[in-house]
Ligand binder design. Structure first.
Ligand code: FES
Length: 168
């Protein structure tokens, strides 16, 4: 928190009337904010909050999926028990996600939003179909036909002991 201690010694400039700035001469113990805290107390509180956030972030990363991750237990989706199986597995934030089992220990995941205009593609036949304008994709997300300019956007995956973690 060396950066914060540097700020403690800077003068505060306060506008007392429109268009004017005055430098207020002060010490840490003379000036209080609207909560009655001295500058040093306010900085200490801010530093403590930053530290608390880091601890909470570290704790949640160890105990639960980090923010922005979707965890999928493959056994919950019978279609994913065999290579080639496809399943719609929910959302990663606002991103609708599909998973394809591509190997015994491998899966791929895709953003189901169509790159053309954002409709949600659905599994159909041996791949995906966009119901809005008819774009067709393979089950590995490659473009087959239709107005979509590209294939489906892949997401990052990590498979460990039957648990697939999907991130952007
Ligand atoms: S939104 Fe999918 S083809 Fe237009």
């Amino acid at each position: 928190m060396a950066g914060l201690s540097q700020w403690a010694d800077l003068p505060i400039r306060r506008a007392t009337r429109p268009g004017s700035l005055h430098t207020i001469s002060m010490t840490d113990e003379q000036t209080t904010d609207s909560f009655g805290l001295t500058r040093r107390q306010a900085l200490a509180a801010a530093a403590a909050l930053c530290g608390l956030g880091a601890v909470v972030g570290a704790s949640s990363a160890q105990a639960a999926p980090r923010a922005g991750a979707l965890r999928v237990r493959l056994s919950a989706y019978p279609a994913l028990s065999k290579v080639g199986g496809v399943a719609v597995v929910g959302n990663l934030g606002s991103i609708p996600v599909a998973v394809v089992r591509t190997g015994r220990t491998r899966c791929r995941a895709f953003n189901r939003r169509c790159p053309h205009a954002g409709a949600t593609v659905i599994p159909q036949g041996s791949g995906f179909l966009c119901p809005a304008h008819g774009s067709v994709f393979t089950k590995t997300g490659a473009r087959v036909s239709g107005p979509t300019p590209t294939g489906l956007i892949p997401l990052k995956t990590k498979l460990s002991r039957g648990l697939l973690t999907i991130t952007v």
